[in-house]
Design a protein around this ligand. Structure first.
Ligand code: AMP
Length: 549
């Protein structure tokens, strides 16, 4: 079955409406970069700790890489599993792939065989792009290993690797003639429809393996542009991004949003000691801070990093007033953002009152966004002020996961609203009908922004011969917001944490999903109707944590 049959399209009349309203453009993402590079040639497009590129340089090197990639075998439409961190070459790789018509599959560098094996088979990936690094986990060896017995995987691509490393280096692939490269890219791009898939993102899922989110060229670029517009950005904006760039927030709020206005991406890394000197040196004006980084306000370089900052957007969890005030006290406008790989973004606006910016995540970024708050499990809307499940539809919200008809049947309403699994209430604050996040009904742990599916970990835990029942719940954590805690029932003596870790490691589960606390219980609690009572376990662990036990 071809990719198209596994996609749920936007209705044709809706597409026409979005396009005639000027939301969806007619260019692919590769063509968008080339277009803006024509206007902003000598302006810095990206500045990272390991180098910088002007728009003209970025456009040229990504053309050259696209030609190299096209000559190396993968054809337009082929999927490339990507495991990269925040380096300059990751940006080159991104645009190089899309210019070659390849579809990046945005996994994390922290993912291991459990995730990568399933995802890359599901999308029929032909290439696996990884970065080389001197220390830590050997992603190159991992990619080579993953190729064995894979039905479609043909090529391991590397970046930053010294000569002699296995795989094909994208730096060497980019060693092509710029004139020929431009011609080839133009030919490839001419054959791509702006409503074709540009990339696959992964859902912060609740299922055994992550669900795959198809994002299309025109709507994905519009998502970024509407975020930039909502933030009041222009070509002088210098936006820092500190969380993984090859992730939805990274690509949308960092890379594409900066480039949609001809601004500069200041590409930091999650390690504040490294990122903040760059943020300060590059006179950064804007930054999105995920809740894993709320501690930035206590960092010794905080004042320096805020010296040129105009706006800070906080995201991922309820915002403590102390954190909010720390930014305000440095003269920075501070607001909130709520968003997801599936699409829908809400954000504070320039007109939002302080109370709205402190207590809500604001309003949808596009006037064409639609949302409803539903009584969970139904299609019945609840009145403003009542907590219900947020469901949304609009010019950059998917109509279905890739190749997942059964999941789509319950993840979307009958008229195509995506059920987010988030509990919200609508409150009118300072005249704005704003969204307040009140919790969630989806079964996941939000560990500093990285989502961990409880079910995925439970199924793997139960593959241990001595574990008969497992329930993974969110445990409050000051630094990361939440961590995973596993309630376990065993047939014999409780296992040690290191035995559990060895078990999960043997199943190649990414480390950030491993439970960080174990609670051994004689049996798991049940609700009156006989369902697992996770709420009780959540209250139990929250009480234990708050008592310091
Ligand atoms: P992802 O697709 O990984 O970006 O995850 C999206 C999910 O993160 C949402 O559905 C929410 O559950 C959560 N999320 C995102 N932004 C916020 C926020 N500002 N406050 C609370 N939860 C959030």
């Amino acid at each position: 079955m071809g990719a198209t049959a596994r996609l749920v399209p936007y209705p044709a009349d809706t597409v026409r409406r979005y396009r005639s309203a000027g939301l969806w453009g007619t260019r692919t993402i590769g063509a968008e970069l080339h277009h803006i590079a024509g206007q902003r040639a000598s302006h810095p497009a990206v500045v990272a700790a390991d180098g910088a590129l002007t728009y003209a340089d970025l456009d040229e090197v990504t053309d050259r890489l696209a030609l190299g990639l096209a000559d190396a075998g993968p054809a337009p439409g082929d999927r490339v599993v990507v495991q990269l961190t925040n380096r300059l070459q990751s940006i080159v790789a991104w645009y190089g792939m899309v210019k070659a018509g390849l579809i990046p599959v945005c996994t994390l560098a922290a993912h291991r065989a459990h995730e990568i094996g399933a995802i890359s088979r599901k999308v029929g990936a032909v290439a696996h792009l990884v970065e080389w690094s001197q220390s830590g986990f050997d992603l190159v060896a991992f990619a080579v290993e993953q190729q064995a017995g894979h039905p479609t995987m043909r090529l391991v691509l590397t970046t930053g690797a010294p000569a002699g490393t296995p795989g094909t280096s994208i730096e060497r692939l980019a060693d092509t003639d710029p004139g020929l490269a431009r011609k080839r890219v133009e030919a490839i791009q001419a054959a791509i429809d702006p409503d074709d898939v540009a990339c696959f993102q992964l859902s912060g899922g609740t299922t055994g393996v992550p669900k795959i989110i198809p994002r299309l060229h025109a709507e994905y670029w519009y998502n970024a542009r509407s975020y930039a517009e909502a933030g009041g950005w222009d070509e002088n904006t210098r936006v820092a991004h500190l969380i993984p760039i090859i992730h939805n927030a990274g690509i949308t709020c960092g890379l594409h949003a900066a480039h949609s206005v001809g601004g500069t991406l200041v590409l930091g890394t999650p390690v504040l000691d490294q990122a903040l000197p760059l943020v300060a040196r590059e006179r950064t004006t804007d930054v999105l801070i995920g809740h894993g980084h709320f501690g930035i306000v206590d960092h010794p370089l905080f004042d320096e990093a805020m010296a040129s900052m105009k706006r800070v957007v906080l995201s991922g969890a309820k915002v403590p007033e102390r954190v909010f005030e720390a930014f305000e006290n440095r003269g920075v406008w501070v607001g909130q953002k709520f968003g997801m790989g599936e699409g829908f973004f809400a954000m504070s606006t320039a007109a939002s009152t302080r109370e709205a910016r402190l207590t809500t995540v604001g309003v949808p970024v596009s006037p064409y966004d639609e949302f409803r708050v539903l009584e969970p499990g139904t299609e019945t809307e609840v009145p403003d002020g009542t907590v219900g499940e947020l469901a949304c539809r609009g010019p950059y919200t998917i109509r279905g996961y890739f190749d997942a008809p059964d999941i789509n049947a319950s993840a979307f309403t009958s008229d195509g609203f995506y059920r987010t699994g988030d509990l919200v209430a609508v409150r009118t604050v300072g005249g704005e009908r704003s969204i307040s996040v009140e919790g969630r009904i989806k079964d996941l742990i939000n560990r500093g922004g990285e989502k961990v599916s409880a079910e995925e970990v439970e199924l793997l835990l139960m593959r241990h011969p001595r574990i008969v029942a497992a329930a993974v719940v969110a445990m409050p954590d000051e630094r990361l917001g939440e961590r995973a805690c596993a309630y376990l029932v065993t047939t014999g003596e409780p296992l040690t944490m290191s035995e559990i870790q060895e078990h999960l490691s043997s199943l190649s589960l990414a480390k950030f999903k491993w439970p960080e606390r174990l609670e051994w219980v004689p049996e798991l609690p049940k609700t009156p109707v006989g369902k697992l009572d996770k709420k009780l376990l959540q209250r139990d662990i929250a009480a234990k944590v708050s008592r310091g036990r």
